[in-house]
Structures are given as C-alpha cells and as structure tokens.
Write a protein that binds this ligand. Structure first.
Ligand code: MLT
Length: 270
C-alpha cells in the first residue's frame, strides 16, 4: 500500500491501474480489502484508488493526529478529496461507496461535486438515523472502547450476511473478523458517532446530476432494496441493480455479479 499524510494523519491506500480514477470507499468497520475483487477486476481498465479511511485498516495512527471523538462523514469525504489532491489525481473520479462508504460518497458528491464524475451507491441509505438507531451507535462506540473491536464482530456478521452465506462461505466471516480486529477501537467509535450525527441527504438526491448507479443485495436487511429503490427514484436517471441471493456486503459476497454491474456501468459512459 502507498501512504500519504493528510491533515496530520497517515492514510494508506491502494493505487492500481491507469485511466479514469475510480475511488472505492469501504464500509464500517472494514477496510480497503473488502474491495479486493473489485480492485482486481477494475484495475485492468481504470485507475483504482482504495483507501483505508482514518482509524481503519492501516490508516490507524490516531495518536499522530489532532483527533476528537467524532469523525463525521464530511470529514472522511474531505480526507479523500485531500488525498486525491495530494497524489495529483486531477480528473474527476467515479466515486463508489458501500454502506458507510455510501454515506461518505454522498458527502463527497455534496462537497466536492467538481471531483465527482459518477456515483455508485452500494447497500447504503440517504436518510439520517432515527433517534433509536443513533442512540444504538453511541452504545456501539462505548462498547468498542470498553470491550475492544472484536466484540462487535459476531453480532454484526448475523446482520450482514444471510445464514446460507455464513454456512457456505465461512471465509467471508473470517475476513470480516480480521478487518474488525485490525481497526483501531477509537477509529470505530469515532466513525460510529459520526454516522449517528450524519445529515439527511434525501432532499438533495434530486440535485445529483452525474450518472448514478445503485446496487443492493436482495436480502440486505440494513439498507433494504425498497429503500434503495426509493433513492434511485429520487435521483434523476439513476440506474438500479439488485444482486440476487445477497446480503449487505454485496461487493464481498457476490463479487462477480457486482463486478459485472460496475464494469457495465463504467463502460456505458466512457
Ligand atoms: C456499514 O456496513 O458500513 C454499516 O452497516 C453502516 C451502518 O451501520 O449504517
């Protein structure tokens, strides 16, 4: 991985391939390795940038930065815009985010519209958290600081993957446990608090003028297809793709189907 210093933080990122930049933003509490299959498939045609957001994966050097207890989705988005600037990616990027990465992608579009060529929102939401969900995130932050990052894994796995996948593809659960245990508990807590206070993007969706694709697993119980379909309806000319037999982490669980959908979308406007 390469590294760049952004806002006093040492950010790690993959930079592979050439051509139109494609920025892959991971979910919570994961890292860039959730995109392994997409990095391989896309880097043959595009310049793929897959960072670890601050506090996750190899971007864990919290003590080196001037941190507070909350990292907002806006701050993550600003980190990514600064990363692109620092490494001289001067062309607008295709911005792809899954789940929390989708919250960050929407903030990236809102604040850095000129850097956003197209948007791909995977298994994510536009609405802000209802109060009980936001309260749960604050409890998650306390839990992870008290009991460690790994304490989150088992409960989350049951919500992220359908039971059939947990049984048939145990390596996905293993990959998930590894990513969670490698994240810095303070990074997880700060991002959980940031998600709890994220803004409601639903009113802004109609202003998205760039080509946009939505991808969702048919069995996603965190950002269900009906909710993502409503987002697609609100964004002018957005495309909507359901990945059959798949839960929340579509890019990991059904990489071939997600790659096909992504490559088709990217090829359409090249
Ligand atoms: C994620 O996968 O990033 C999380 O499920 C996001 C969330 O908790 O809203």
């Amino acid at each position: 991985m390469k590294r760049a210093t952004i806002d006093g933080i040492d950010l790690a990122y993959v930079d592979r391939g050439e051509g139109t930049p494609v920025l892959l933003i991971h979910g919570f509490p994961l890292d860039h390795t959730m995109w392994e299959a997409q990095i391989d498939a896309l880097a043959t045609k595009y310049r793929v940038l897959a960072p670890d957001l601050r506090g996750f994966g190899q971007s864990v050097a919290l003590e080196q930065g001037d941190w507070d207890d909350v990292v907002t989705m806006e701050r993550f988005a600003d980190d990514l815009a600064a990363l692109l600037q620092t490494i001289e990616v001067n062309r607008p990027a295709v911005v792809v985010g899954l789940s929390m990465g989708g919250y960050v992608a929407l903030e990236f579009w809102r604040k850095h519209t000129e850097r956003t060529k197209r948007l791909v929102l995977c298994d994510t939401r536009a609405a802000k958290d209802p109060p009980e969900v936001a309260a749960g995130r604050l409890e998650t932050a306390d839990q992870v600081l008290r009991d460690g990052a790994a304490s989150l894994a088992e409960g989350m796995i049951l919500k992220l993957f359908p039971q059939s996948t947990i049984t048939e593809q145990p390596e996905l659960g293993e990959a998930f446990r590894r990513m969670v245990s490698e994240a810095d508990p303070r990074g997880i807590a700060a991002a959980a608090r940031g998600m709890a206070e994220r803004r409601d993007m639903t009113k802004l969706l109609q202003q998205i003028a760039c080509p946009t694709l939505l991808i969702v697993g048919t069995w996603d119980i965190i950002s269900p297809p009906e909710e993502m379909h409503a987002i697609a309806e609100a964004i002018p000319r957005a495309q909507f793709a359901e990945i059959p037999g798949c839960g929340h982490l579509s890019a990991m669980e059904k990489p071939e189907a997600v790659n096909r959908t992504l490559l088709e979308f990217l090829g359409r406007f090249s």
